[in-house]
Write a protein that binds this ligand. Structure first.
Ligand code: NAD
Ligand code: TYD
Length: 354
């Protein structure tokens, strides 16, 4: 194979953020060969990549990041210069009911990738980069004030965030111990098209459309900082190319919403889009038992990435939310297909449980 300018492995590219990142990279960097390695769990969907599947600089490889054989084979075949690692089990509620899956993929899978990259690069780190994509949830839960900075002590409280925290520590350990050229980012809650409808916004859009209950955990007072997925991908692009090895960058939207306020806003937007009378969707709000160990507030101080690398979010929230709602309403088949068949039982279990 003639070597293109860079060969990049993106893991988890059939998921929500990964598929947006692939659209960005495949179109923006025709001189790179970009390989998407994904196991295609319930959250991975090749439909998300239809527009780029035949691009000359794109390849898909079905692979499990926990398999040393499969990942070593890919490094031999493609001789990667860079890795952008997104593959993960990503939903907090699933981590509460089935933590082992999270330990295997998020911790063991990450260490396996680190080991294979290290063995393949064999100390020749010129032009190499291992980028680990992580979450702000590793920092734990904030009270009414304050922000997570890159030096906030880790205090993960769910099996999901504990598994991501563990993988972050291991990535940094490979930098300090072996000199592997790593870079990390910790981002707040993303929203946008192609997000699996188990996460708050797509689940509630789906339920409102089908006039199903909107299960609000606890009193709906928890706060999240929402960032449009396209802005996150631009941050990843910036950090991958310009970030300093060994450094961590926090990414956020500077856009805090109390869940119940966000849900009421979504209900208004949906009433408007669906031509329903104002207040109709709000009637679907149902307060249910709180999530175990539910973190109260996440808020990111993203001044480092702005100051050092010049990234800041571009999408204002009303525009991003409207774009997102429009996408799910236009792509009903996508929503129906990912919530039918093998996924249906999980949803029914969730609804019965709550
Ligand atoms: P997602 O659940 O939508 O997608 C995960 C992808 O990983 C899927 O395509 C799945 O098939 C794949 N995958 C899972 N296990 C695998 C394995 N063993 N081997 C290979 N592939 C596997 O997740 P997402 O929301 O796109 O998140 C991507 C990354 O970004 C994760 O690491 C997550 O922790 C991080 N993150 C997400 C958010 C968010 O709001 N969604 C915020 C900050 C950070
Ligand atoms: P989620 O989208 O699962 O992201 P995360 O837990 O990683 O922040 O949830 C966002 C917020 O919405 C969180 O505070 C939990 C809450 N939530 C509900 O109230 N009801 C739901 O059905 C879901 C999925 C989430």
């Amino acid at each position: 194979m003639d070597k293109m300018k860079k060969h990049i492995l993106i893991t988890g590219g059939a998921g929500f953020i990964g598929s947006h990142l692939l659209h960005l990279f495949v179109n923006k960097y025709p001189e790179y060969l970009i390989v998407n390695a994904d196991k295609l769990t319930y959250a991975g969907n090749l439909e998300n990549l239809k527009e780029i599947e035949n691009a000359p600089n794109y390849r898909f490889e079905k692979a499990d990041i926990t398999s040393n054989d499969e990942i070593s084979e890919l490094f031999k075949k493609y001789d990667f210069d860079g890795v952008i690692h997104l593959a993960a089990e990503s939903h907090v509620d699933r981590s509460i009911s089935n933590p082992m899956e999270f330990i295997n993929t998020n911790i063991v899978g990450t260490v396996n990738l680190l080991n294979v990259a290290r063995a393949h690069w064999n100390g020749n780190y010129e032009g190499k980069r291992f980028y680990h994509v992580s979450t702000d949830e590793v920092y734990g839960s904030l009270g009414d004030t304050g922000y997570f900075t890159e030096s906030t002590a880790y205090d993960p409280r769910s099996p999901y965030s504990a598994s991501k925290a563990s993988s972050d520590h291991l990535v940094r350990a490979y930098f300090h111990t072996y000199g592997l050229p790593v870079v990390l980012s910790n981002c707040s809650n993303n929203y946008g098209p192609y997000q699996f409808p188990e996460k708050l916004l797509p689940l509630f859009i789906h339920n409102i459309r089908n006039r199903k209950p909107l299960p609000v955990y606890g009193k709906g007072e928890n706060i999240r900082d929402w960032l449009y997925v396209g802005d996150h991908c631009e941050a990843i692009d910036t950090i991958f190319h310009k970030g300093t090895a060994g450094e961590t960058y926090n990414i956020g939207g500077n856009n805090e919403w109390k869940n119940i306020d966000l849900i009421r806003l979504l209900c208004k937007v949906m009433d408007n889009k669906l031509g329903r009378k104002e207040g109709e969707s709000e009637e679907l709000i149902t307060f249910v038992k709180d999530r175990a160990g539910h973190d109260m507030r996440y808020a990111i101080d993203a001044s480092k990435v702005k100051k050092e690398l010049g990234w800041e979010p571009k999408t204002d929230f009303p525009t991003g939310l409207e774009k997102t709602v429009d996408w799910y309403l236009t792509n009903k088949e996508w929503l129906e297909s990912v919530t039918s068949g093998q996924y249906q039982k999980y949803y029914e279990d969730q609804y019965i449980k709550r």
